[in-house]
Every structure is written in C-alpha cells, then in structure tokens.
Design a protein around this ligand. Structure first.
Ligand code: NAD
Ligand code: TYD
Length: 339
C-alpha cells in the first residue's frame, strides 16, 4: 500500500504518520507538506529514519508540483490533512484559507482523477456544523446535521467537504470524509488553546481566556483521531461521512485551570480578554455511526490524555522553542497585544 499524506509535518498529520509507522509498517508513506509556519520539520525526525517514508516539500495548491509527485509515486490512497487550521488567523486573513483549504483540495482530487486512486480521504472538522447552544446539553452533531458555518476557517472546510462530495457524485471519485472534534496531544502548534496555555504558564505569562471562558469544546486525544481515520480508510463506506469524537466536553476555563494545577502555577495567571468574533459556543459530536460501523472507539480519557500531553510538552520544551522562534512573537503581539 502506498499512502500519500498531506500536511504530515503538522500536528495531526505527523501523529498519523507515526501511527502508520507503528501499525502498518509495510506501507510506504509519501508525505507532502509546504512547511508553513504551522509545520516543524523536526517533528518528523524519527519518521525520516524509516526506509518506507519519503518527504516532499510541496504546496497542495501547486498543480504541476502535485501532479509530478503523483506521476512518480502513484499512491493508492490519499489522506488530506493539509490546511490552514487556526480560526483566529482566518478571522484576520481569510484568503489563504480559501486557497489552501478549497483550491488545494480540488488540486489533490484532480490528481487523483488523473492518476487513479483507491481512496481519497478528507480530514474534516465538526466546525462545519456551526455551534450548539450552551443550555442544550442534549444536542449533538450528527452526520446529517446541516452545514452552518461561523468562521472563514469552518466555511473553507465546509466548502472543501462539499467539493469532495461533488467529486464523488460527478466523477465517481472514491472518497470518504471524517469530521472530528478538537484534538489535543503532542506536536500541536502553540497558537491553539492547550499548547498555548501550557507554554504561557510554563513561562509565568498571562493566560488569555476569551470572553468568560465558558465556551465548550469536545476534546479527543490525537492518537484516537488517527485510529479513527485509519478505521475509515480500511472499513468505511465510499461516499460516507463519519463523525469522530469522544464525549469529552469541557469549558475552556476548566481546561486552563487543569493545566495550571498540573504545572503547579497560580490561577492569578488567568486573564480574561476580549472575545473572539463570532465565537462558537459549544461543539459536541455524536460518534455513534463510526462506533457502530467501524468498531472504532476512543481509548484515552481526557483526564489521562491531558496529563500525557502536559508531560510531553514539559519534556519537549526545545520543540516548543523552535515553534515560537521566527514569526511567533510577532503573531502573538498582533493577536493578543490590544485584547
Ligand atoms: P496544523 O495547522 O497543525 O498542520 C497543517 C499542516 O498542513 C502543516 O504542516 C502545514 O505546513 C501544512 N500545510 C498548510 N498549507 C499547506 C499547503 N498549501 N500545502 C501543503 N501543506 C500545507 O493542522 P492540524 O491541527 O494538524 O489539522 C490537520 C487537519 O485536521 C486540518 O485539515 C484541520 O482542518 C483538521 N482538523 C483539525 C482539528 C484540530 O483540533 N486540530 C480538529 C478537526 C479537524
Ligand atoms: P482553538 O484551540 O483555537 O480551537 P477552535 O477555535 O478551533 O475550537 O480554541 C479552543 C477554544 O479556546 C475556543 O473556544 C477559543 C478558546 N481560546 C481562548 O480562550 N484563548 C486562546 O488564546 C485561544 C487560542 C483559544
């Protein structure tokens, strides 16, 4: 099996690469990543040691470049993780989200049509369903929940999903889509809630909580997500959408307090700042379809996963330092300076 993984130098993509090396060691992995600000090539240091792993620095928007990789490697399966992934950045600059997340997905699927493929899998998000009210804990996102997006990020991801479904219907491309809730774990770029708070708390810097910190996210340990994607590839039905989540709903403020407590830091570091524009209130996945059809289920409880995650960052402060060098401080100043 030859599997082409885009965005493999980012958070979830790299965890997926490592899962494949562990669980499907005979597969050849072709990793394609443009190495944007969100990537860290050192994340893949151990993958480079495997003879079954090759890496191409390429942009999924580049038709010629992507075509050349398909021509050479002839992948059997493509899993598309590559994306602009941060909601706050999409609010500041939507254009690149439309280009990478929509056009990039189309470029990849056009290459799949040209060269033939057994499966194109799109890594999607539960954010395409919009949000749920905080006072209705009985409501969950199902696969047939209407698409109703809030941010330029979620809109770009929803557009990509629609395009994937259109390529299936129109050209018969064998596609699947997974829509996952918020991930946490090793190698997440510290612009996202959990690694940002760990990084700031470790340095005794203020922890910027948006609004009152009451927004709820449904957290899934990244390795569980990766197992879910593998299950969709191997057991999922072509043309279908699968929601992946683990019923681990937490308000942001709870997460921040857990991090402070684990790191032995005072709650006085918490700073409530101006809310995100259009801030989604609550995300909550019903993973029943994936569980019933694929036999998939998350195995890491939040209380264990968050400890593992904090421990990982404590042991990899050099990795964090690499991520926060370069443009990070400028980004941080622009995003949080006047909040
Ligand atoms: P990330 O930002 O950590 O990584 C994205 C990777 O894609 C980076 O390595 C980056 O260099 C690469 N990339 C960006 N633009 C590219 C381009 N034009 N060409 C080639 N490579 C490019 O993102 P992530 O958190 O790992 O998310 C991966 C996927 O999972 C995304 O599609 C995201 O929408 C989806 N997702 C993420 C979450 C989450 O909680 N992080 C939840 C559900 C779904
Ligand atoms: P984030 O990690 O950006 O993921 P998403 O917006 O895709 O769910 O944010 C998770 C939650 O944490 C979200 O409700 C916004 C909030 N948040 C903060 O309160 N402060 C921060 O500095 C960040 C980055 C996020």
């Amino acid at each position: 099996m030859k599997i082409l993984v885009t965005g493999g130098a980012g958070f979830i993509g790299s965890n997926f690469v490592y899962l494949l090396l562990e669980e499907r060691p005979e597969w050849k992995i072709i990793c394609v990543d443009a190495l944007t600000y969100a990537a860290n090539i050192h994340t893949l240091n151990d993958a480079f040691k495997s003879p079954n792993f090759v890496f191409y620095k390429e942009d999924i928007r580049n038709r010629e470049g992507i075509s050349a990789i398909f021509e050479k490697e002839r992948p059997d399966v493509v899993v598309n993780f590559a994306a602009e992934s941060h909601v706050d950045r999409s609010i500041e600059n939507p254009a690149i989200f439309l280009e990478t997340n929509i056009i990039g997905t189309a470029v990849l699927m056009d290459a799949c049509r040209k060269y033939g493929i057994q499966r194109f899998h799109q890594v999607g998000t539960d954010e395409v369903y919009g949000d749920l009210p905080l006072d209705r804990p009985d409501l969950f996102f199902h696969e047939d929940t209407p698409i109703h997006t809030s941010s330029p990020y979620s809109t770009s991801k929803a557009s990509a999903d629609l395009l994937v479904q259109a390529y299936h219907r129109t050209y018969g491309l064998p596609v699947t889509i997974s829509r996952c809730s918020n991930n946490y774990g090793p190698y997440q770029f510290p612009e996202k809630l959990i690694p940002l708070m760990i990084n700031n708390a470790s340095q005794n810097k203020p922890l910027p909580v948006y609004g009152e910190g009451l927004n709820v996210r449904d957290w899934l340990y990244v390795k569980d997500h990766c197992y879910g994607i593998l299950a969709v590839l191997e057991k999922g039905r072509v043309g279908e959408v699968y929601n992946l989540g683990g019923h681990n709903e937490k308000a942001n403020i709870e997460i921040v307090k857990i991090i402070l407590s684990e790191l032995g830091k005072p709650e006085s570091l918490i700073t409530f700042v101006t809310d995100r524009k259009g801030h989604d209130q609550r995300y909550a996945i019903d993973p029943g379809k994936a569980m019933a059809e694929l036999g998939w289920a998350p195995t890491t409880m939040f209380k264990d996963g968050i400890k593992l995650t904090i421990q990982w960052y404590r042991e990899h402060m050099d990795w964090m330092a690499e991520c926060t060098s370069g443009g990070y401080m400028k980004y941080y100043e622009e995003m949080y300076g006047n909040r």
